[in-house]
Design a protein. Structure first.
Length: 106
Protein backbone atom coordinates (compact mmCIF):
# COMPACT_ATOMS: atom_id res chain seq x y z
CA UNK A 1 0.00 0.00 0.00
CA UNK A 2 2.76 2.47 0.88
CA UNK A 3 4.65 1.48 -2.27
CA UNK A 4 1.55 2.15 -4.39
CA UNK A 5 1.21 5.62 -2.87
CA UNK A 6 4.87 6.30 -3.59
CA UNK A 7 4.47 5.25 -7.24
CA UNK A 8 1.48 7.57 -7.62
CA UNK A 9 3.31 10.42 -5.88
CA UNK A 10 6.36 10.01 -8.13
CA UNK A 11 4.14 9.87 -11.21
CA UNK A 12 2.43 13.11 -10.22
CA UNK A 13 5.76 14.80 -9.52
CA UNK A 14 7.14 13.55 -12.81
CA UNK A 15 4.23 15.13 -14.65
CA UNK A 16 4.39 18.39 -12.72
CA UNK A 17 8.08 19.01 -13.24
CA UNK A 18 8.74 17.38 -16.59
CA UNK A 19 5.76 18.75 -18.50
CA UNK A 20 7.07 22.34 -18.79
CA UNK A 21 10.48 21.06 -19.85
CA UNK A 22 9.03 18.75 -22.49
CA UNK A 23 6.69 21.43 -23.82
CA UNK A 24 9.59 23.81 -24.15
CA UNK A 25 11.85 21.24 -25.82
CA UNK A 26 9.33 20.01 -28.40
CA UNK A 27 7.62 22.24 -30.94
CA UNK A 28 3.92 22.25 -31.78
CA UNK A 29 4.37 20.12 -34.89
CA UNK A 30 6.30 17.48 -32.96
CA UNK A 31 3.62 17.32 -30.27
CA UNK A 32 0.98 17.06 -33.00
CA UNK A 33 2.81 14.11 -34.59
CA UNK A 34 3.28 12.36 -31.23
CA UNK A 35 -0.38 12.85 -30.45
CA UNK A 36 -1.38 11.36 -33.81
CA UNK A 37 0.96 8.40 -33.36
CA UNK A 38 -0.73 7.73 -30.04
CA UNK A 39 -3.86 6.79 -31.99
CA UNK A 40 -2.18 5.53 -35.18
CA UNK A 41 -3.62 2.34 -36.56
CA UNK A 42 -1.07 0.55 -38.72
CA UNK A 43 -0.21 3.52 -40.95
CA UNK A 44 3.21 4.46 -42.24
CA UNK A 45 4.70 7.85 -41.45
CA UNK A 46 3.87 9.16 -44.94
CA UNK A 47 0.15 8.52 -44.40
CA UNK A 48 0.28 10.10 -40.94
CA UNK A 49 2.09 13.17 -42.29
CA UNK A 50 -0.26 13.49 -45.26
CA UNK A 51 -3.36 13.35 -43.04
CA UNK A 52 -1.94 15.89 -40.58
CA UNK A 53 -0.93 18.18 -43.44
CA UNK A 54 -4.43 18.14 -44.91
CA UNK A 55 -6.15 18.53 -41.55
CA UNK A 56 -3.94 21.31 -40.16
CA UNK A 57 -2.62 23.03 -43.29
CA UNK A 58 1.02 22.35 -42.46
CA UNK A 59 3.47 21.55 -45.25
CA UNK A 60 4.26 17.84 -45.53
CA UNK A 61 7.97 18.62 -45.73
CA UNK A 62 7.79 20.43 -42.37
CA UNK A 63 6.01 17.51 -40.76
CA UNK A 64 8.42 14.96 -42.26
CA UNK A 65 11.38 16.91 -40.90
CA UNK A 66 9.78 16.97 -37.45
CA UNK A 67 8.95 13.24 -37.67
CA UNK A 68 12.61 12.54 -38.46
CA UNK A 69 13.66 14.59 -35.42
CA UNK A 70 11.28 12.57 -33.23
CA UNK A 71 12.80 9.36 -34.59
CA UNK A 72 16.31 10.67 -33.93
CA UNK A 73 15.24 11.45 -30.34
CA UNK A 74 13.89 7.87 -29.97
CA UNK A 75 10.37 9.16 -29.37
CA UNK A 76 8.95 7.56 -32.52
CA UNK A 77 9.86 4.70 -34.81
CA UNK A 78 8.90 4.11 -38.42
CA UNK A 79 10.25 2.55 -41.56
CA UNK A 80 11.63 4.08 -44.71
CA UNK A 81 11.29 3.50 -48.44
CA UNK A 82 13.08 0.16 -48.16
CA UNK A 83 11.88 -1.13 -44.79
CA UNK A 84 8.15 -0.44 -44.57
CA UNK A 85 6.62 -0.58 -41.11
CA UNK A 86 3.94 1.32 -39.22
CA UNK A 87 4.78 4.55 -37.44
CA UNK A 88 4.59 4.04 -33.68
CA UNK A 89 5.53 5.70 -30.43
CA UNK A 90 8.49 4.17 -28.67
CA UNK A 91 8.24 3.37 -24.98
CA UNK A 92 10.01 6.67 -24.30
CA UNK A 93 7.58 8.46 -26.63
CA UNK A 94 4.62 6.96 -24.76
CA UNK A 95 6.12 8.26 -21.51
CA UNK A 96 6.44 11.75 -22.98
CA UNK A 97 2.81 11.63 -24.14
CA UNK A 98 1.76 10.51 -20.65
CA UNK A 99 3.47 13.54 -19.17
CA UNK A 100 2.11 16.01 -21.76
CA UNK A 101 -1.49 14.84 -21.64
CA UNK A 102 -1.58 13.70 -18.02
CA UNK A 103 -2.24 10.06 -18.83
CA UNK A 104 -0.22 8.79 -15.93
CA UNK A 105 -0.80 5.21 -14.92
CA UNK A 106 0.45 3.64 -11.69
Amino acid sequence: MARDREVVRLSILRGRFLKPIILRALNTNQILILSELRKNYNRGISAVVRDLSEEHGIAESTLKLNARILKDLSLADFGDRIERKPAVLTEFGRGVIEVIFGEISG
